[in-house]
Design a binder for this molecule. Structure first.
Ligand code: FAD
Length: 308
């Protein structure tokens, strides 16, 4: 065992070596990470960061993996999956650790007789992923209900409380995408349910059904690209560029929703990248629009964006 492995084991008991990333992404694609750690408590973070800085070990954090494309070559460094799960209510506010799944947030708030998250039924991912990416659907974005969050600066290990305005929210954007700061927990403002529990269930059932009708089922990360504007969804542009149903290797652009890329079983990182580059090229050539990735692409060396 190398010195680094030994050190890693000392600081991170339970660390996994050569862990395949495939099962941690909804794309079901990904090679082995040198080191892999499931983080259960926010208290562990500062010392992990310190360790990585001291050892010059690159690290990458993620939540539910519903918005990530991992490389077939894995990652040369430490991948941290945030699995923190504390959740508490104060009146109509809900404070949740970054690792809490949005589906759990909805379930628990409904059980408490609260309302405000119904529109997010079927939205995959964790609280941390949502806060960073301003996730949302059906007219409700994270910025609409976030009061604030505890964030960690990975360069220094310092922790601060940040209010909603700190995040400079925009469509699928927060400042964290630029700074790389990590969300440890977040507090959301909900309200007391003003209608019956039955009505709430009905609303959520309808939203669930709508999602099932509009989106393909399978190994995907949802929308691959951001919509250039509300009137010009990326899916429409990809469709009009003639790419609906286009297949490269085992990767396919969904027939149902052209901004959904599917791994039809055994697709490689390269298959998806080729498809994404093709979509970018054709949309630029036909409409002069440059599509921007919503999905985080992680090469073996770190996060990347695609050239046109
Ligand atoms: C079928 C399907 C449908 C989808 N529909 C929607 C939709 O309607 N609306 C929408 O907005 N999204 C949608 N998505 C995308 C995805 O659900 C969201 O982007 C979600 O917020 C990602 O959360 P996550 O925990 O899975 O993030 P991950 O995929 O784990 O990570 C995504 C990025 O966030 C970063 N990150 C994760 N946790 C943290 C943290 N604690 N602090 C800082 N950075 C962090 C990671 O480093 C990575 O860069 C869909 C995805 C799928 C698979």
């Amino acid at each position: 065992m190398t010195k680094l492995k030994k050190e890693c084991q000392k600081y991170l008991p339970g660390v996994l070596f050569e862990e395949s990333l495939e099962k941690y992404s909804t794309f079901r694609i990904g090679g082995k990470a040198d080191f892999f750690y499931k983080l259960k408590s926010n208290k562990e973070f500062p010392s992990i960061i310190k360790f990585c800085i001291n050892e010059n070990l690159p690290f990458f954090i993620f939540g539910a993996g519903s918005n990530i494309l991992f490389s077939d070559k894995g990652f040369r460094g430490l991948v941290i999956k945030i699995e923190t799960e504390k959740l508490e209510f104060t009146g109509t506010n809900i404070k949740a650790d970054a690792g809490v799944l949005v589906s759990k947030l909805i379930k628990e708030s409904v059980a408490k007789g609260l309302s405000g998250l119904e529109k997010w039924v079927g939205l995959p991912g964790t609280v941390g992923g949502a806060v960073r990416g301003n996730a949302g659907c059906n007219g409700l974005e994270t910025r609409d209900i976030l009061i604030g969050a505890t964030i960690l600066d990975p360069k220094t290990g310092s922790i601060q409380q940040a209010k909603n305005a700190y995040f400079h929210y925009d469509y699928r954007y927060s400042k964290l995408k630029r700074t790389g700061e990590i969300v440890l927990d977040a507090t959301f403002k909900l309200e007391k349910r003003k209608f019956s529990a039955q009505k709430q269930k009905q609303i959520m059932d309808e939203i669930r059904k709508f999602r099932q009708e509009k989106q393909p089922f399978g190994s995907t990360t949802g929308s691959f690209f951001k919509n250039p504007s509300p009137d010009t969804p990326a899916g429409m542009l990809i469709d009009q560029a003639g790419l609906k149903g286009k297949t490269i290797g085992k990767a396919k652009i969904s027939e149902k929703h052209a901004n959904f890329f599917l791994n039809n079983g055994g697709a490689s990182y390269k298959d998806i990248l080729k498809l994404a580059k093709l979509a970018k090229r054709q949309v630029k050539a036909k409409f002069g629009v440059i599509l921007e990735e919503e999905v985080q692409i992680l090469s073996e060396k770190g996060p990347i964006t695609l050239a046109v």
